[in-house]
Design a protein around this ligand. Structure first.
Ligand SMILES: [Fe+2]
Ligand SMILES: [Fe+2]
Length: 197
């Protein structure tokens, strides 16, 4: 499955622009890490791009992404990508992360939400002017983007670090990496200043 096919599936199943943006952000973070961990950027990117593709048709954590997996297989999605997607919700799917790609997806998923929300509250609406430091400030404000479970991100990052970085990837470094990845696709995310107020 190539990226164009992945995008077709995404736009077929996901109408909400915020959810599309979320998937694009996670895709960028996954590609960023694939390049540094000798992963296949196409597979890792697809896992990010499609991980929540079925949320609008399966909007509960019991259904999502377990019930979406057969659709992805039918559409030709490689099994390692399907598995990474299943493993981003172990509680619902029964599939635990085991490959580097799986751990990366768990660590990159929610953290993009804080960065996107941070870009929105700034008048520039441009992810490229953001600094890791300001994301850190937002992170520490527990009322900011409260839907993002800090504890969950911390744990997923620690597991990813353990598996792929000998425990040396710190949370703030991870956040800076995801920010850098997202800055690289600012236009795709429409967070390149076009909505500046
Ligand atoms: Fe999800
Ligand atoms: Fe997600």
């Amino acid at each position: 499955m190539d990226r164009a096919t992945g995008w077709e599936i995404l736009t077929e199943y996901v109408q909400d622009s915020g959810l599309r943006r979320h998937m694009l952000a996670v895709e960028a973070a996954m590609r960023w890490y694939a390049e540094r961990l000798a992963g296949d950027p196409e597979s890792w990117g697809l896992a990010g791009l499609l991980h929540d593709f079925d949320w609008e048709i399966h909007p509960t954590t019991e259904q999502h992404p377990a019930d979406g997996a057969p659709i992805l297989r039918e559409r030709g999605c490689p099994e390692d990508v399907v598995k990474a997607i299943l493993a981003h919700n172990t509680a619902g799917s029964g599939v635990a992360p085991s490959a580097a790609m799986d751990y990366a997806l768990c660590a990159c998923d929610e953290v993009t939400g804080i960065i996107i929300a941070g870009a929105y509250v700034r008048p520039q609406k441009d992810v490229r002017v953001m600094k890791a430091k300001s994301v850190k400030r937002n992170w520490k404000d527990k009322h900011f983007c409260a839907a993002v479970d800090r504890q969950e991100v911390t744990e997923a990052t620690a597991a990813f670090s353990e598996q792929c970085f000998d425990g040396k990837l710190q949370l703030w470094e991870h956040i800076a990496n995801v920010l850098a990845a997202m800055q690289g696709v600012a236009a795709e995310l429409e967070l390149d200043g076009r909505m500046a107020s």
